[in-house]
Design a protein around this ligand. Sequence first.
Ligand SMILES: [Zn+2]
Length: 352
Amino acid sequence: MLARRLQRVFFRQIAAIAQKTRSRAVEGAASCNVSHLNPTLQQAPQFGWQARTYFNDPRGAYVHFKPRGGPSRGSRQTAVLAVAGGGVIIFYYTHREEIPYTHRRHAVFVSPETEKMLGLQTFQQVKAEAEAAGKLLPPQHPAVRSVRAIGERIAAHAADPAGGGRIDHMKGLKWEFVVINEPGNVNAFVMPGGKVVVYTGLLQLLRKEDEVAAVLGHEVAHVLARHIGEKLSSVAVFSLLQILLAVTLGFNIPSDVFQLAVFLPNSRKQESEADVIGIHLSARACFDPTAAVDVFTKLGEAEKSAGVRTPGFLRTHPLSQKRVEAIEKNLPKALEDYELAGCNAPRGWFPW
Ligand SMILES: [Zn+2]
């Protein structure tokens, strides 16, 4: 009963998020991009939709603490908080699932259908805006055809059970790969449901098919690991806890606490995880996984020349040097996959 009530609260939160997919905050949460270079994502997303409950001070100033009631009222509030908090913890642990390849367990309360719906809305909007600006490359363009061919080859391997963990959300996905002509945008991103956007600024940096495969492996990995569902779920849990604390104790947790303590560290963890899963997927699709090292070395150099100096703890993505180190650590296993796949298909330069 309690679990059902909590579920309803979560879904209301998710519905609120869905209505605000146009906000910059949720665009940050509803897509996973490959680099820290996109100017719109250099700053941590702000959760503007988040409910804030302030209580008015008789002197006219806003304060964060509600005047307390007597001891009996306080103990009743503590009991409500304990029961509800316990419910949240139970709900969290009963909705955990295992991520393929890394075998990390995470909680996702959002259904794959909700994820797909959010992803499709954002994707259609991004495509429509690019088309209106004359920046969407046509499907027959050599770069688009090549991105699509590489991406579909990788996505085909993401839907098989080789990596273990949960994969049923990968069945029947309609993968789409589009290229937007923005030479100054060194980035790519993915939305749930398998909708991938690559910018020409990134393709100009990557010259080999193996390097493009490293990026697309990373993007496909985000979908396989349900990272966006995890992000939306953590936002919903935080919102619920925030409401509970405000209602019972009159205490507001500032959103910045959530961003610094939960959202940004998790975002960096997900990016590293997508790097690791990505090299397995690209290796199994017969692309050289060592190319990922070159890609993130190049991205690191591009960040330096672009003057990106955001401190590590304020970043949505790990530092490129750390990404290279983590990839190198996991390369031996990915190279095993590459050998086992019996790859001998020649790979060439990206047609650009
Ligand atoms: Zn990413």
